[in-house]
Design a binder for this molecule. Structure first.
Ligand code: SAH
Ligand code: SF4
Length: 350
């Protein structure tokens, strides 16, 4: 279930079990895996030379066979409103990706990318306007989170795969990245504080339901009317709403957890009484929480946000039908760091 494009470079392409296998083949004892993961993702050293408790010969072979290159910071923008920070990283092969850091009341949430670009082409999303450049490796995901924490000088408390890309189109690497974030040898972030947001790839949701960790799931729904959803998210038309609903039902039954449904309100498109009724129908009997977000208008999509009264009416309609729902507050408005505003920008190479 990968995007087919080449995965991360060198050591960043491997998850923990990949590292373990590589070390076993190199004749190393099992405890080396923990040592290596700590150097790579807890201490975040720049070179194998700094990994002082690894034998010199092993360090040389690692440098030769699994090159280590960290994302390099290209640009950083800081919101004057709320200290939200938007980062553009350059990866070892020159590919660029973005991440966002969101500080709030003793928490630091990092929104990271799972792919450079995205193939899904959702009409309202800046990332979707471009194409998929390539999948990211697990190391490239955990590095984004670690480096944002370093920049703030704070422990990262939450991470969300809501940057560029569709995490379940790069399933294995995303899980590998989440596990490094969760790993006590890595970033040590509690599994419940690690969230994957998917556009609704049913096979991914089914697989996610059987993972042992208590990761959190968010699904981008945006409409419970098939024709509207097909218009907003054309690539999802092969995965009709009843199948998505069944996968969510299965997910809740298998895990006991409550997924969030993301719903970006677009004026005159998915905010009508008919859309509200369809959403209530979709959610009734399903363990879920609806997150309403005013759409962030991007490019020439023609999508505008509804008035505050209209959003309030939509929220009240859900609440009256006993559907758990909230309106999500936006962050980093002045630096365009909100959901769907991350683009495949190309900073000059050098
Ligand atoms: N590909 C995944 C995760 C990345 S997008 C997904 O689609 O879920 C992260 C979130 O931003 C998703 O909920 C997505 O629907 C939402 N989003 C994208 N563009 C947006 C926009 N212009 N306004 C508001 N939310 C948007
Ligand atoms: Fe891709 Fe998500 Fe944007 Fe759709 S909303 S184009 S799936 S990143």
């Amino acid at each position: 279930m990968t995007g087919g494009a080449p995965l991360g470079i060198g050591v960043s392409a491997l998850d923990r079990s990949g590292l373990q296998e590589w070390l076993a083949e190199a004749g190393q004892p099992r405890f080396r895996t923990g040592q290596l993961v700590r150097w790579l993702y807890q201490r975040g050293v720049a070179s194998y030379d700094d990994m002082t408790d690894l034998p010199a010969g092993l360090r040389e072979t690692l440098a030769d066979q699994l090159p280590l290159a960290r994302p390099r910071l290209e640009t950083r923008e800081v919101s004057e409103l709320d200290d939200t920070r938007r980062y553009l990283w350059r990866l070892a092969d020159g590919t660029t990706v973005e991440s966002v850091g969101l500080p709030a009341e003793g928490r630091l949430t990092v929104c990271f990318s799972t792919q450079a670009g995205c193939a899904m082409g959702c009409s309202f999303c800046a990332t979707g306007k471009g194409r998929l450049v390539r999948d990211l490796g697990p190391g490239e995901m955990v590095d984004q989170v670690r480096l944002v924490g370093e920049d703030f000088g704070l422990r990262v408390t939450n991470a969300v795969a809501m940057g560029q890309g569709e995490p379940f189109a790069n399933y294995g690497a995303t899980l590998g990245g989440l596990r490094f974030m969760n790993d006590p040898d890595g970033l040590g972030i509690g599994a419940r504080h690690l969230t994957v947001s998917t556009c609704g790839l049913v096979a991914g949701i089914e697989r996610f339901a059987s993972e042992p960790e208590q990761f959190t799931l968010a699904v981008s729904l945006h409409s419970a009317v098939q024709a509207t959803r097909d218009r907003l998210m054309p690539a999802l038309c092969t995965q009709p709403l009843p199948r998505l609903r069944a996968a969510l039902q299965h997910y809740s039954e298998a895990t006991g957890r409550r997924p969030s449904l993301e719903y970006a309100l677009v004026d005159g498109l998915n905010d009508s009484a008919e859309e509200l009724a369809a959403l209530i129908g979709f959610c009734t009997g399903l363990l879920c929480h609806v997150n309403l977000i005013p759409v962030n208008p991007v490019g020439d999509s023609g999508h505008e946000r509804p008035s505050d009264e209209r959003m309030r009416a939509f929220l009240d309609g859900l609440t009256a039908a006993s559907i758990q729902a909230t309106v999500r507050t936006e962050r980093g408005m002045d630096i365009e760091a909100a959901c769907g505003q991350l683009t495949q920008r190309h900073a000059p190479e050098g």
